[in-house]
Design a protein around this ligand. Structure first.
Ligand code: NAD
Ligand code: UDP
Length: 311
């Protein structure tokens, strides 16, 4: 198959490029490097089945070749970056998704949207099921990201209903692993890099807020299974093992043998207090659940950052 992956030079996108190339497919990777990096896909440039297009997906994209699947992963994804670039975030979620859906329609391709647990906002239902409609502060600092993805989901279902497009929506919960940026700003990369540099670990608030951290290999398998399935409605992908942020900090300190201290900083506005997916749907429909425990995934991620930081 010919597979188009937007955001392919980012963290998840670059893993998807490698996964689909390894399965014998051709990959067209589209990215504008706003947060992604050429280093994430540099090794793939030698592969004859890999093509790279530097392009901002907020503008229309014309592709001559046949495309069988469109994976739309381009977005600002870390609070650090989407709070800095709220307009670009909304543009890649709304205009970018519109462009990708239009392309999928012309090519008669299957389409998948990388949606997010953030569409549930600061959730009042726990764990979050796909049926929960969410609690988002539209005008708050995270609203640009949350609403860009909520709008992107609506656009996706509009194309399904009006144009009979074959669509999938993955609601991805916190995912981590190698190929994250060291300065990405998200909690796992922040804590590991800080611990390795013997700097203070910056815990926001009292660190009592929770997240459920999924290792990248599990997520990629989930996305691949969702693409293979016939299921068109949103599916949560993530792990059900929930940790307090302070517990994550302590685990990172232990695994890195670091002498760093924990520093408490103010909790950012609208930071969700708790997050854990209900993955009954993914279990039943995709026969999927994550298999990599946090400690194991963190060890692999630490190995990666040790190499990056020493380079
Ligand atoms: P990332 O920042 O590493 O990757 C995003 C990529 O998209 C980057 O390479 C960036 O340069 C590119 N990009 C952004 N705007 C673009 C544009 N307008 N045109 C072209 N390229 C553009 O982030 P990630 O964690 O790999 O996230 C990938 C996708 O998964 C995003 O859509 C994100 O919303 C979604 N997601 C990620 C997580 C997670 O925990 N990692 C959780 C939920 C959803
Ligand atoms: N966080 C933290 N210290 C950091 C970065 C993040 O305590 O250096 C917290 C953040 O406040 C949030 C959680 O870790 O409660 C996860 O943050 P992240 O930015 O990784 O993703 P989010 O789930 O909020 O989108």
């Amino acid at each position: 198959m010919n597979i188009l992956i937007t955001g392919g030079a980012g963290f998840i996108g670059s893993h998807l490029c490698r996964w689909f190339l390894n399965q014998g497919h051709r990959v067209v990777c589209v990215d504008n490097f706003i947060t992604g990096s050429k280093d994430n896909v540099r090794a793939l440039f030698e592969d004859a089945n890999f093509r790279f297009i530097e392009h901002d997906i907020s503008g229309p994209l014309e592709i001559k070749e046949n495309i069988d699947q469109v994976l739309h992963f381009a977005s600002l994804a870390s609070p650090k970056f989407y709070i800095k670039y709220p307009i670009k975030t909304l543009k890649s979620g709304l205009l970018g998704t519109h462009n990708c859906l239009g392309l999928a329609k012309v090519k008669k391709a299957k389409f998948i949207l990388a949606s997010t647990s953030e569409i549930y906002g600061d959730p009042l239902v726990h764990p979050q099921t796909e049926e929960y409609w969410g609690n988002v502060n539209i005008a708050g600092p995270r609203g640009c990201y949350d609403e860009s993805k909520r709008g992107a989901e609506s656009l996706t279902y509009a194309y399904m209903r009006e144009h009979n497009l074959d669509v999938r929506v993955a609601r991805i919960f916190n995912t981590y692993g190698p190929y994250m940026r060291p300065d990405d700003g998200r909690v796992v990369s922040n804590f590991i890099v800080q611990a390795l540099k013997q700097e203070n670990l910056t815990v926001y608030g009292k660190g009592k807020q929770t997240r459920s951290f999924c290792y990248i290999d599990d997520l990629v398998e989930g996305i691949s299974k969702l693409m293979e399935s016939d299921y068109k409605l949103p599916v949560n992908l993530g792990t059900v093992f929930e940790f307090k942020v302070i517990e994550l900090a302590e685990l990172v300190l232990k695994l890195t043998n670091s002498a760093s201290k924990i520093e408490f900083l103010p909790l950012p506005e609208d930071d969700p207090k708790q997050r854990k997916p209900d993955i009954s749907k993914a279990r039943k429909i995709l026969n999927w659940q994550p298999s990599i425990f946090l400690e194991e995934g963190l060890k692999k991620t630490i190995e990666y950052f040790v190499k990056i930081i020493n380079n």
